[in-house]
Design a protein around this ligand. Structure first.
Ligand code: NAI
Ligand code: 15L
Length: 266
């Protein structure tokens, strides 16, 4: 198999649980890690329970690993203290361990909320300045910036995948635009791991939906082509007959409901 050992963080989470089986063909061993209980290891798997905020534990977690899929951390807007531990300190610990252990390729589960303050009438690409929509989005911008530094300074390659909404089906009209199918997520991870050269790439993880907010022109070297589309769910969110008021933040900005959560500093 191409890799000896792939580490998947966030393995107990919504995406981690689904990715587990899809990763197996890519490595002799998949090391599954999370703060939460994961359950027993299957064949070709190892389970390591670990808090990303624990520097020594993260260093031990990385031993013998040659590629990382980093999905662990807080996945929605939350008080800053919690985000700081899991997503900021956790990311710093992870990359220090990656550097010390000689890992060459990383895929970081970034988010569309790095760009949530662009308007729903904007077409966003990977070279536009980040406009995060809260502490969660800010922590993902930190992760993108940290991984860029580790590439520029040490040559560690990372693909930051700004995932849209990866759920079995869209939960709102917004998610018709941001929808990413599981199969398309798996294919984008495969492309990110196996492209000969990725440097530091920021890509958008989104299916081939009809309406688009994101332009993938700066990540075409990955060779990812989405096969699914939210059109299969057409009709789930019919026009209600009334337009949203002018000051409706969740309609005006791409971050949608994240715009309504307010500052979470504490
Ligand atoms: P999730 O919340 O279900 O899973 C995240 C996992 O990380 C959880 O199992 C949690 O226990 C673990 N975790 C939290 N703090 C930790 C810590 N300090 N140390 C170790 N593990 C910790 O989220 P989901 O939906 O599976 O997302 C996975 C990743 O993808 C997250 O990083 C999220 O930000 C990102 N993402 C997901 C999107 C989606 O549509 N599902 C959209 C954009 C980004
Ligand atoms: C994210 O970044 C979250 O992790 C996920 O739970 C969804 O809220 C998604 O963005 C979204 O924007 O739909």
């Amino acid at each position: 198999k191409p890799f000896k050992r792939i580490l998947l963080t966030g393995a107990a989470g919504g995406l981690g649980r689904q990715l587990r089986d899809h990763i197996k063909p890519w490595a002799d061993i998949v090391r599954l890690s999370d703060l939460a209980e994961i359950g027993p290891a299957g064949e070709g798997e190892e389970v390591v329970q670990c808090d990303l905020a624990d520097k020594a534990a993260v260093l031990a977690l990385m031993e013998g690993v040659d590629a990382v899929l980093h999905f662990g951390g807080i996945s929605v807007e939350a008080p800053f203290d919690a985000i700081m531990q899991a997503n900021i300190l956790g990311m710093a610990n992870l990359y220090e361990a990656i550097h010390k252990c000689g890992v060459k390729r990383v895929v970081f589960a970034s988010s569309n909320h790095t760009m949530g303050f662009y308007k729903t009438t904007d077409l966003v690409d990977a070279e536009m300045p980040p406009r995060p929509d809260g502490m969660y989005g800010i922590s993902k911008v930190f992760g993108e910036s940290l991984s860029r530094y580790y590439f520029d300074r040490f040559g560690i390659e990372t693909v930051c995948l700004r995932i849209g909404s990866c759920f079995p089906k869209p939960g709102s009209a917004r998610m018709m635009i941001t929808y990413l199918s599981l199969a398309d997520l798996v294919e984008s991870l495969r492309c990110s791991l196996f492209a000969a050269r990725v440097g530091h790439t920021i890509a958008f993880g989104v299916s081939d939906n009809k309406a688009k907010w994101w332009d993938d022109r700066h990540s075409r070297h990955l060779g990812f082509v989405a096969k699914d589309s939210s059109t299969q769910f057409e009709g789930m969110f019919p026009f209600s007959g009334t337009y949203a008021p002018d000051d409706d933040l969740a309609i005006t900005y791409q971050g949608g409901p994240f715009l309504l959560t307010g500052p979470k500093y504490n």
